[in-house]
Design a protein around this ligand. Structure first.
Ligand code: M6R
Length: 608
C-alpha cells in the first residue's frame, strides 16, 4: 500500500518524482504529493485524488530543486484528503517524510510527542515520524532517523529530507519494500523497480533495517548498529517497456495477452522432456520430500485461488495431503505444524503482510517454507527456505491475471517435482504431463481468440447486479477466481459455488434472467455439471458455459458457450480462466470502471 520515491542528482526532481509515482500508482491512488528542497527550504505540494491533480498543481506552481521525495497513497489512517496526504512535516517544515506501511504504536507516540509540545495536523500514523525525527535531531539526519525508528513499531519504508542538511536523503525499510536505484551521478529510492527503470537498471534490494544515506556523490548503506554495509548490485534484466501499456488500452488487457509468454517463461529450463525437473532455488532433498506429512498452501486473494488448484494438483500427483489457507486466517488459528510440515506461500508481490506473517509463524514452528513469488528479492523470497520464481514480468494492473497463470504453473511444477521424487507417477505419465504442459502457451493463445463472444456476452450482462459462477473440482477453483475478478474491477456482486452445493441453499436466488457462468471442463464431472446447469436453466437462469472442445452438446442446454482447446483436465484451469478474465475486463469497460485502478484496492497489501 502506498508508493514512495526519492531523487537526488543534477536534474529537476519534480518531473522525475512524478514519473516515478506514475509507475507506483498501482500501490495506491487516493492522493499524492512531493517535497522538494528548493534553495534552502522544503517546498511541499500534495493533494487528494489521482496523480494528475498533483501534476496540474505542480504545473501551476512549479518547485525547482534537484532533491526530493514523493508519495502516492492508499489511505489506512485518516480519510483521503489534502491534509492526510504525504509528505508530512514537522512544525517548522524543516523535516519532511514519505512513508509506506503502518506505525502500530503511533497513538502512544503521538500522545508522548503531544506532551512534549508537538502539534499534529493530520489523522495519519505517519505524522509521528517527522516529529520524532525532529525530537532526536542534533545536526545529523541519519542519526536522528535511526533514533526515531528505534521507537517505531510496525512496518515502514520511509524517505526523509531535511532543509538543515539540504544535500541528503535518508531512507530505511522494515517490512515494507524499498529499493535504491543507482544512476550516473544520480540516485533514487522507490517502493518498486518500475519507478526507476527509465533511469537505471542497477539497484540495491534493501533488507529490513538497512539505512540509506544518499548524497549527490553516492549512496552509503548502514545496518542498525550504524556500521557501513556492502551490498551486491542487482541488475534488472527486464525492460522498462515491460511496465508500459504497449498500445493496449489498459494494463490488465495487456497482461491478459502476455499470459502465453508468462506461462512459457515460467516453465523454461524447469520442464524439459526426457529430463528430471530441476529447480535451482529449491534445495529440498528426496528424503525430505518423502518425510513431508502435510502441506499448507497459504496466500491471499487470487494467489489463494491458485493455491486451491495447487491442492488438487499436488494431492493428485504426489499423494501428499494439502490444506489451503487464507493467510490472515492461518496466522491466528494456531495451526498444527511440525518439522515435517511444508508450507508453500504464494504471493505475486512477495510483500503481502498477512502472507509474510503466516510464513514467519510456520517457520517459527519448524516448518520448511517454499515461496512462490514474482518479485526477485521480495520479503517472502528472502525469508523462505526455498524459492520458485514465477516469471510473469511486472504485473501493474491491480487485478491479477498473468501472475495467477504463472502461479498455476508453479503448482504444476511442484506437483510434478514431488511426484517424480516420490515415484507416485510413472515415468511415461510424467513425460505425457510434461509434454502437455509445454503445449499450454499455444492453447492459451487460442483462448484469447474468444474475445468477441465474451465481449458480446459482457455487453448484454454488464448491467446485472448479481451473478453466479459454478464449477466442480478444479472448475470450482477457477469459478472462485472468475468471481473475484468480476467483483474487483466491475463491482458486480458475484458468488462462486461448487455445482453440487447449489441445491443446499443458493439455488433459492436463481430466478428468471439470473446470470450463471458454468464451468464444465472436467471430463469426469461433465455430466454432473450439465445436471446442475439444467437445474438453474429450469429456474430461468441465463447461462454461459465453458467446456472443452468436443463437448459441443452443452449448447443444447445453455444460452452461450465457449470452448477451450482439448487438454488434460488437470491443466484446464490455465485455459478456462482466460475467458473469465476477459469477461470481467469487458464488463468493467462497458460500465466505465477504472479497470487498472479499481476503487478501494491496492496492488500490494502490505498492511494487515
Ligand atoms: O501480491 P500477492 O499475490 O500476495 O497479493 C494477494 C492479493 O492481494 C491479490 O491477489 C489480490 O487479490 C488481487 N487484487 C487479485 O486480483
Amino acid at each position: 500500500m502506498c508508493g514512495i520515491v526519492g531523487y537526488i542528482g543534477k536534474r529537476e526532481a519534480s518531473p522525475i518524482l512524478v514519473e516515478g509515482l506514475s509507475k507506483l500508482e498501482y500501490r495506491g491512488y487516493d492522493s499524492a504529493g512531493v517535497a522538494i528542497i528548493e534553495k534552502e527550504d522544503i517546498k511541499t505540494t500534495k493533494c487528494k485524488g489521482r496523480l494528475l491533480n498533483l501534476q496540474e498543481k505542480l504545473e501551476e506552481t512549479p518547485i525547482k530543486g534537484n532533491i526530493g521525495i514523493g508519495h502516492t497513497r492508499w489511505a489506512t489512517h485518516g480519510e483521503p484528503s489534502d491534509r492526510n496526504s504525504h509528505p508530512h512535516s514537522n512544525e517548522d517544515e524543516t523535516i519532511s517524510v514519505v512513508h509506506n506501511g503502518i506505525i502500530e504504536n503511533y497513538l502512544h507516540l503521538r500522545e508522548w510527542l503531544t506532551s512534549k509540545g508537538y502539534k499534529f495536523v493530520s489523522e495519519t500514523d505517519t505524522e509521528v515520524i517527522p516529529h520524532l525525527v525532529n525530537y532526536y535531531y542534533k545536526g545529523d539526519l541519519l542519526q536522528a532517523v535511526m533514533a526515531a525508528t528505534s521507537k517505531m513499531e510496525g512496518s515502514y519504508a520511509i524517505g526523509v529530507v531535511c532543509s538543515k542538511e539540504p544535500d541528503k536523503i535518508v531512507a530505511v525499510r522494515k517490512d515494507s519494500p524499498l529499493i535504491v536505484g543507482l544512476g550516473e551521478d544520480e540516485y533514487f529510492i522507490a517502493s518498486d523497480i518500475p519507478a526507476v527503470l527509465n533511469h537505471t537498471r542497477d539497484v540495491y534490494l534493501l533488507n529490513d533495517r538497512e539505512y540509506v544515506l544518499m548524497t549527490k556523490d553516492g549512496v552509503k548503506l548502514f545496518n542498525e548498529e550504524g556500521e557501513e554495509v556492502n551490498k551486491e548490485i542487482y541488475h534488472v534484466t527486464w525492460n522498462a517497456d515491460a511496465a508500459e501499456k504497449g498500445g493496449y488500452e489498459h494494463f490488465m488487457l495487456k497482461e491478459i495477452h502476455e499470459q502465453p509468454k508468462a506461462i512459457k517463461d515460467t516453465m523454461t529450463s524447469r520442464i524439459i522432456p526426457g529430463k528430471s525437473i530441476t529447480l535451482d532455488e529449491i534445495n529440498i532433498t528426496k528424503e525430505e520430500i518423502e518425510n513431508i506429512n502435510k502441506i499448507y498452501i497459504v496466500a491471499c486473494g487470487t494467489a489463494y485461488h491458485a493455491g486451491i488448484v495447487g491442492k488438487y494438483v499436488i494431492e493428485k500427483l504426489a499423494r501428499i495431503p494439502v490444506e489451503v489457507d487464507i493467510a490472515s486466517e492461518f496466522r491466528y488459528r494456531n495451526p498444527i505444524v511440525d518439522k515435517n510440515t511444508l508450507m508453500i506461500v504464494i504471493s505475486q508481490s512477495g510483500e503481502t503482510a498477512d502472507t509474510l506473517a503466516a510464513l514467519r509463524e510456520a517457520k517459527a514452528q519448524g516448518a520448511r517454507v517454499i515461496a512462490v513469488t514474482n518479485v526477485v528479492g521480495s520479503s517472502v523470497s528472502r525469508e523462505a527456505d526455498d524459492i520458485l520464481y514465477t516469471w510473469a514480468g511486472p504485473e501493474i494492473a491491480v487485478a491479477s491475471t498473468k501472475a495467477y497463470e504463472t502461479q498455476l504453473i508453479a503448482m504444476y511444477i511442484i506437483g510434478l517435482f514431488f511426484a517424480e521424487n516420490k515415484g507416485t507417477v510413472s515415468k511415461d505419465e510424467l513425460e505425457d504431463l510434461k509434454n502437455e504442459m509445454l503445449s499450454l502457451p499455444e492453447k492459451a493463445e487460442e483462448c484469447l481468440k474468444h474475445k468477441e463472444v465474451v465481449q458480446k456476452f459482457a455487453s448484454k450482462t454488464y448491467m446485472h447486479k448479481d451473478m453466479f459462477f459454478l464449477g466442480r473440482g478444479l472448475d470450482y477453483a477457477v469459478a472462485m477466481e472468475g468471481s473475484l475478478k468480476l467483483k474487483e474491477i466491475s463491482y458486480i456482486h458475484s458468488e462462486a459455488y461448487a455445482g453440487g452445493e447449489l441445491k443446499h441453499g443458493p439455488i433459492a436466488l436463481i430466478e428468471k434472467g439470473t446470470i450463471v457462468i458454468a464451468l464444465a471442463t472436467q471430463e469426469d464431472l461433465f455430466e454432473k455439471m450439465v445436471s446442475n446447469i439444467k437445474e438453474v436453466k429450469t429456474r430461468g437462469a441465463n447461462v454461459l458455459a465453458l467446456a472443452l472442445e468436443g463437448h459441443e452438446e452443452v449448447e443444447k442446454t445453455v444460452d452461450s458457450a465457449i470452448y477451450i482447446p482439448k487438454v488434460n483436465p488437470l491443466f484446464a484451469p490455465l485455459l478456462s480462466v482466460i475467458p473469465l478474465q476477459l469477461y470481467s475486463y469487458y464488463s468493467a469497460v462497458q460500465k466505465g470502471c477504472d479497470v487498472d485502478k479499481p476503487r478501494n484496492l491496492a496492488k500490494s497489501v502490505t498492511v494487515e
